[in-house]
Structure formats: structure tokens, C-alpha cells
Design a protein around this ligand. Structure first.
Ligand SMILES: [Zn+2]
Length: 212
């Protein structure tokens, strides 16, 4: 065991493997699988994960160090379910993450969520990289902004939600004064998701744009 420091290409490869596995199964790969991918030891895997965490690509349980999030995926249930054409489902961290997944994975998808104010079901269908359907008809997304230093999983994602109508977003904002962010309709939220996540799995791609 060398305990060698992972190089940027290895970190990148591990990150891609992590995202690909999460897209496929909704769960992160085991430490052994990550080690196999890097062809190295557990120290190097830990260093690579720490790097990704500091970079804002993943979030781990502060105590157990279990991978809880690799944006846009959550390993734990959230309000935002993304269903792929083969029927399997994954959880997205927030509304924008859900809307970015089809572009990231080059796939059609059905996004099922709930109005954060009243709980009414929300459905958005993405087909051939375009918005095919969304219901109810006047959905809004609240795009919470955050400081660069914030931990998105904890401080930002929980506030980036779908609303069944502009009125229900207004009602939610009245109950949560002081929130900073932007009101988006579904087409604009879809573009935002694509901007953030569309290049994530491309060679040399990074999670750019706002950290969600
Ligand atoms: Zn509502």
C-alpha cells in the first residue's frame, strides 16, 4: 500500500464513476469498487473523496463519512423523483438538479415532485432534450441563491423547490421572509438545470454555474 496521492485525472475518473453508478442505481458504489476504479488504495480513495467534497461535488455525513449526495443525486429520499425510460428512479437534491438530469444523462425522464406550499403533485416530462409536458400548467421554481461558502446540500437545496402556481410560491415566500433567490417558470428552470449539469459527464466537464 503506497498511500499515494490521487492525481487530477484519477479524481475525475472516480467522480464520473460515482455519478454513473448513482444514475444507474441511486446508491453510491462501495469503497472497494471505488478503489478498483482508481486502481489504488483506500487512502487515495479517501483523499479523492475529500477533494470532491471540498470542491462541492459531493456531500458526506459529517460523522460516518457516508456519501449522502453527489449532485444532482441524493442517496436518500427527497421530494424530487426522476424516473427514466426503463422505469428505474433516482432522487434529485432539488428541483434544478432534477431538471438537469436528463441533459446530463442524455435521456428522457419524468420528474415527479410536490408543491412545496400545498403538496400538490407536480410532473414534468422531458423528451428528446426538450420540455414535453408539465402539470399543473403554471408551475414555478424557486431558485435559492447562496454564498459560495455554503454547503448546498444543507443550506441551499432544501429551498429549491417546485410550486404548483405563482400564488403558492408567493405564499411560501411570505412564510419564509429573507430568502434570497429567483422565481423561474419551468422553461427557464429547465435551461438552468441544463446549464449546471449538462456538461458534468463530458470529458473534462465540470459542475459549473451556481452550486446546487
Ligand atoms: Zn401548491
Amino acid at each position: 500500500m503506497s498511500g499515494s496521492k490521487p492525481n487530477p485525472a484519477q479524481i475525475r475518473e472516480l467522480y464520473r464513476f460515482l455519478l454513473t453508478q448513482l444514475a444507474r442505481t441511486g446508491q453510491p458504489p462501495s469503497r472497494e469498487m471505488l478503489q478498483g476504479t482508481l486502481g489504488t488504495d483506500s487512502d487515495a480513495v479517501e483523499q479523492a473523496l475529500t477533494h470532491l467534497e471540498q470542491d462541492g461535488g459531493i456531500y458526506r455525513d459529517p460523522v460516518t463519512r457516508e456519501i449522502l449526495v453527489a449532485y444532482p443525486f441524493s442517496t436518500k429520499p427527497t421530494n424530487h423523483i426522476v424516473r427514466f425510460p426503463d422505469g428505474h428512479e433516482v432522487y434529485a437534491m432539488c428541483a434544478i438538479d432534477a431538471l438537469g438530469m436528463p441533459a446530463m444523462l442524455h435521456t428522457d425522464a419524468v420528474i415527479a415532485s410536490r408543491c412545496a406550499q400545498c403538496g400538490r403533485p407536480i410532473q414534468v416530462v422531458v423528451r428528446d432534450n426538450t420540455l414535453a409536458e408539465s402539470a399543473p400548467p403554471d408551475i414555478r421554481v424557486w431558485y435559492q441563491t447562496a454564498d459560495a461558502t455554503c454547503i448546498a446540500a444543507v443550506e441551499q437545496c432544501p429551498s429549491i423547490n417546485f410550486f404548483c402556481s405563482p400564488e403558492h410560491l408567493d405564499a411560501w415566500r411570505a412564510l419564509h421572509p429573507g430568502q434570497r433567490g429567483e422565481e423561474l417558470d419551468v422553461p427557464r428552470a429547465f435551461v438552468r438545470g441544463r446549464e449546471v449539469f449538462g456538461n458534468l459527464l463530458k470529458a473534462g466537464g465540470t459542475k459549473d454555474g451556481p452550486s446546487v
